[in-house]
Design a binder for this molecule. Structure first.
Ligand SMILES: O=C(O)CCC(=O)C(=O)O
Length: 267
């Protein structure tokens, strides 16, 4: 397909649904496998930059629960190379039609396989978790292993980014009984019909979502651990609502290792 037509289609999907999916892998296989290996290094406490991640709840040999590593790109040069891969940023900047991208955080989601029941990601949106964010930020989701329904992929609720969608917000992660149970609750209580779309991607493909889009992921039934990294980016239109407390996020945005400017369009 003509690349500019393809970009236009992704832009339209993002505007209408609150997310779009780029099904081709844009990360070289050598970088993907190195990133997987270096994720294991971080779990083992080996940080080649000398700086630990912002937070970590991952343990070697944990095959039962979802594990998360916050800002792994500050701890490891390979993870930094992955989240700042030029072809990836160029693609995202083209879809968002923006001139600048600043990294605002990254998060690894490691989901053990064989049906581990405590490895779901509850339904949420980024702005619900960081309520002071007020537009101009997006998340890139990049699986490091192939994903589909069986392997615990990410699901989206199309249209949920629109304030007037009539779609019920999910309850807090502590109130949610399970991924599918919460989806049933959202469906039962919404003023409109709610669909939910599982994303199919090869390792190194991406989805891109708006800060208000509802998303989450279920159990991984595959015989391998599913690795995905979420990369938060802010465009030049990024806004913070100064009336809402922002906690440590403001400090984080001032840290040049956590939040560097990673793309600037040259004329
Ligand atoms: O990988 C997952 O299960 C969750 C990812 C996520 O919440 C995100 O990319 O914002």
């Amino acid at each position: 397909m003509n690349i500019s037509l393809d970009i236009d289609a992704k832009k339209a999907d993002l505007e209408r649904d609150g997310f779009c999916v780029y099904e081709e892998s844009i990360i070289p296989e050598s970088l993907l496998s190195k990133a997987l290996l270096h994720t294991e290094h971080i779990i083992a406490g080996v940080y080649n930059t000398g700086r630990p991640p912002s937070a970590i709840n991952a343990k070697e040999g944990n095959f039962t629960t979802l594990q998360q590593i916050f800002n792994p790109h500050i701890s490891d040069y390979t993870l930094f190379e992955l989240v700042t891969f030029p072809k990836l940023l160029q693609l995202v900047a083209n879809i968002l039609a923006c001139d600048k991208l600043q990294l605002i955080g990254s998060q690894l989601f490691i989901k053990p396989g064989f049906g581990a029941p405590e490895a779901e990601t509850p339904w949420h949106s980024e702005y619900e978790q960081i309520p002071c964010f007020d537009g101009g930020s997006y998340s890139i989701w990049l699986p490091l292993t192939p994903v589909d329904e069986a392997s615990g992929t990410l699901w989206y609720i199309p249209g949920s980014h629109k304030p007037t969608s009539g779609i019920t917000k999910p309850r807090s992660r502590f109130q949610q009984e399970g991924f599918h149970q919460e989806l049933d609750y959202i469906r039962r209580t919404s003023e409109t019909e709610v669909s939910a779309i599982p994303i199919h991607l090869p390792a190194g493909g991406i989805s891109l979502h708006h800060g208000l889009t509802l998303h989450g992921s279920g159990v991984n039934h595959a015989s391998f651990t599913r690795f995905g990294i979420s990369i938060g980016v802010a465009t030049e239109h990024f806004r913070i609502n100064s009336h809402i407390p922002c906690g440590s996020f403001i400090e984080q945005l001032k840290d040049p290792q956590i939040a560097p400017v990673v793309f600037e369009r040259t004329m």
